[in-house]
Write a protein of this length. Structure first.
Length: 255
C-alpha cells in the first residue's frame, strides 16, 4: 500500500506486478501531487498526462496554452510536472521561477497564472534502424532473455553491435548499452572479473522485458520474413526460451 498515486515505472519486476490507484476528486489528486512534489516520489517528473490540454487546480480548470501572455504550446511529446498557481498583486508580479524553481507560465485566468515544470514524456516508441551492412533491425527499450546471450563484446554503439549480429547467421537479436558494461566470468578458460558485455548477441528474437537495466539497454531484433519468424517461434517453443509466453500478437485474429 502507498500514500501517493504515482507508480515508479513501467517495469513489472521479476514477479510481474500490477499497479492500481484509487479514482479520486480533483482536490484530492492535487493534494497528492503536492505531497509527491515535497517528497520527490515521481519517477519521471510527469504529474499530468502527456499532451494534457487542461490541468485542475482546486476548483479551477486551467486550459494549457491559453491566457494573456502565454507562449507555452501543448505538445504530445511534453508533460507537466510540479505546478503551482500564482496570483498577481496590485503593485508587483511574482515570477514563476520565484514560486517554483524551473517552472514556466503555461496558463492564465484573470490575474492568476499557472506555473508548471515542463518535462519530456518517457519514450514508448519502437524504431526501425538500418545498420551499416544493410540489415534492418527493430529496436525498443529492454533486454534480451536472461542468461541466453551467447556472445559478449565491449562494443557500445548500435552500429558496432548491429554489424556483429549482421555477420552471424545464428544471431536473431542483440541488446546494447552506450555505457561501459561488464560482469564477472569465473567459469571460463580465461576467467576474469570484468568480462565486457556492452553488446550481447542472442539466438532468439524475444526480449526479456521492458526493463532497460541499470545501464539503459536497447533491444534490437532482425526484421525477417513471415516464414523465418514462424521458424524462430517454433524454436522458442521447443526450447522454452520465450520470455512472456506469447507466441502470437495479443488480440491476433488469425494464426
Amino acid at each position: 500500500l502507498y500514500k501517493v498515486a504515482q507508480r515508479r515505472s513501467l517495469d513489472v519486476g521479476a514477479s510481474g506486478r500490477q499497479f492500481c490507484r484509487k479514482t479520486v476528486s480533483a482536490e484530492a489528486e492535487q493534494e497528492d501531487i503536492e505531497v509527491q512534489y515535497l517528497n520527490g516520489s515521481s519517477a519521471d517528473g510527469c504529474m499530468h498526462p502527456c499532451g494534457a490540454g487542461s490541468v485542475p487546480m482546486g476548483n479551477v480548470e486551467f486550459s494549457i496554452g491559453a491566457g494573456a501572455g502565454i507562449e507555452y504550446e501543448v505538445s504530445a511529446d511534453m508533460c507537466l510536472g510540479n505546478c503551482a498557481t500564482v496570483k498577481a498583486g496590485l503593485l508587483q508580479t511574482v515570477s514563476c521561477s520565484a514560486v517554483l524553481p524551473g517552472s514556466e507560465k503555461v496558463s492564465k485566468i484573470g490575474n492568476t497564472k499557472l506555473c508548471c515544470v515542463t518535462e519530456v514524456c518517457p519514450s514508448t516508441t519502437t524504431t526501425t534502424t538500418t545498420s551499416a551492412t544493410g540489415e534492418n533491425f527493430k529496436c525498443e527499450d529492454g533486454q534480451g532473455p536472461a542468461f541466453a546471450s551467447y556472445r559478449h563484446t565491449g562494443d557500445n554503439s548500435f552500429e558496432a553491435c548491429a554489424a556483429l549480429c549482421d555477420e552471424d547467421s545464428e544471431c536473431k537479436s542483440f541488446d546494447f548499452t552506450e555505457a561501459n558494461s561488464s560482469h564477472p566470468e569465473l567459469l571460463s578458460l580465461t576467467p576474469t572479473l570484468q568480462k565486457k558485455d556492452s553488446c550481447r548477441l542472442y539466438k532468439v528474437a524475444q526480449r526479456r522485458s521492458l526493463d532497460v537495466g541499470a545501464s539503459g539497454r536497447q533491444f534490437c531484433r532482425k526484421t525477417v520474413s513471415a516464414e523465418a519468424e514462424q521458424e524462430d517461434i517454433e524454436v522458442q517453443y521447443l526450447t522454452g526460451s520465450s520470455a512472456d509466453g506469447c507466441m502470437h500478437p495479443c488480440g491476433a485474429g488469425s494464426v
